[in-house]
Write a protein that binds this ligand. Sequence first.
Ligand SMILES: Cc1cc2nc3c(=O)[nH]c(=O)nc-3n(C[C@H](O)[C@H](O)[C@H](O)COP(=O)(O)O)c2cc1C
Ligand code: SF4
Length: 488
Amino acid sequence: MSTRPILRLGRVKDVEQFLEHLESLGLTLPCDTEILHGAESPLLRNFVRDGISIGNRIAVQPMEGWDSTPDGKPSERTVRRWRRFGQSGAKLIWGGEAVAVSHEGRANPNQLVMASHTRKSLGELRKVLVEEHRKTTGSEGGLFIGLQLTHSGRFCRPNANDRPEPRILFHHPILDRRFGLPNDYPILSDAEIVVIIEQFHRAAKMAWELGFDFVDIKHCHGYLGHEFLGAYTRAGNYGGGFENRTRFLREVLTGSRENAPGLRIAVRLSAFDTIPYRPDPKQSTERKLGAGVPEEHDKLIPYRWGFGLNPNDPTQPDLTETIQFLGLLEKLEIRLVNVTAGSPYYNPHIQRPAFYPPSDGYQPPEDPLVGVAKQMSATRQLKRLFPNVIFVGSAYSYLQDFLPHVAQAAVREGWVDLVGLGRMVLTYPEILWEATHGKAIQHKRVCRTFSDCTTAPRKGLPSGCYPLDEYYKISELGERLKAAKAQR
Ligand SMILES: Cc1cc2nc3c(=O)[nH]c(=O)nc-3n(C[C@H](O)[C@H](O)[C@H](O)COP(=O)(O)O)c2cc1C
Ligand code: SF4
């Protein structure tokens, strides 16, 4: 780890200084010095391939909600968030948020659930988004909306925020210990997996009937789909070799296509990973978490409990099997892929680079721009190898005021087809719409990666950008977060 303090991007005065900073870090990122508008803008060009038509290159990433009703319907807060997704001007809505295929598969007791009793309200959510989108852009042409379908696997907490109810595929030498799972904790049986696959089929059919254009069979961030890909040590039909570890995807796909013939299937993938990180105990104090360091792993080599990492040095990515997986997606005619990395639970600096850690994280072990560059260059590498696949890139929010410059150049230079926005959408959904329409960036609304949108739900509060979104700043919720943080 470098001992140089991390430069706050909010203090970088212009794009030239930003470029100098990238150079000082030895990073090569595409970055334009001038933002183009209207017909000139690469970000406003439409994208048409294989019958998929998307009106511009801006995507909203899925962001799990912690504010549905206990039985999985959207609340007023959920509706507000989807309205803001519509206001972003993005023509690709990737999921809106992870929707659980069953109550047991929820990551939190306030996550949306796909079920017959929630069906009507989920359809309404889509309509609200379309309406808002039309108001912003003047048309709903080229709008492509999906739902991210999920089972949270190891990270299920369906009934109470403080009660994990993991559904695991194999025993993990580090994560089992971290989450207190005994050696005899039951693993999901092949028969139980078949039931979950059927839940995905039902959910896909419902999404299709509600008018969604696609569903994402989530394979990222340590949740169930992702855990299958790393199930090297599992016996039976769903573990061991590549064929078995990808059986879940193939079986979900077959039944979903039978049930919902017009529905597109997409995959969000953690393209690479690392061993879990923890705060360095030598640097941690009661008031401040230490910088992230990898968990001890000398006795775990070759490392066989993750996907897209080097088994001989699990602190490093390895895209060998990721490339094999992309080849499979192409063969299965899955055209839409969203590249992300790692997991918010065990290596958040890989998954969403941030200046400030969430309450259960650690100080950044490297300049967060390094994390941004890692995701961007992995996406570029995959795009070069699979030019016919439509790629959405992730982890742009840390770029802050320079997000439009990097996003425009990344699309213009073909690093990626669409730029996905995560945290930035919670605070300033219209950032790219405004930038591409000649408006100055509103600096006060730029996401500064405070991570309160993660910390608040971890403390049992609803989703949202507490520090910058007026809705939370002036509400009793903001006060509750302050109090919860003070108690740490
Ligand atoms: C509050 C929050 C919730 C998230 N929920 C999801 C989710 O449900 N599904 C998913 O694939 N990614 C989820 N993510 C990850 C984001 O989609 C995105 O990959 C990540 O934040 C990095 O992109 P960014 O730099 O634009 O924020 C979430 C991120 C945040 C901050
Ligand atoms: S709380 Fe707001 S500013 Fe902080 S990371 Fe989340 S969206 Fe960005």
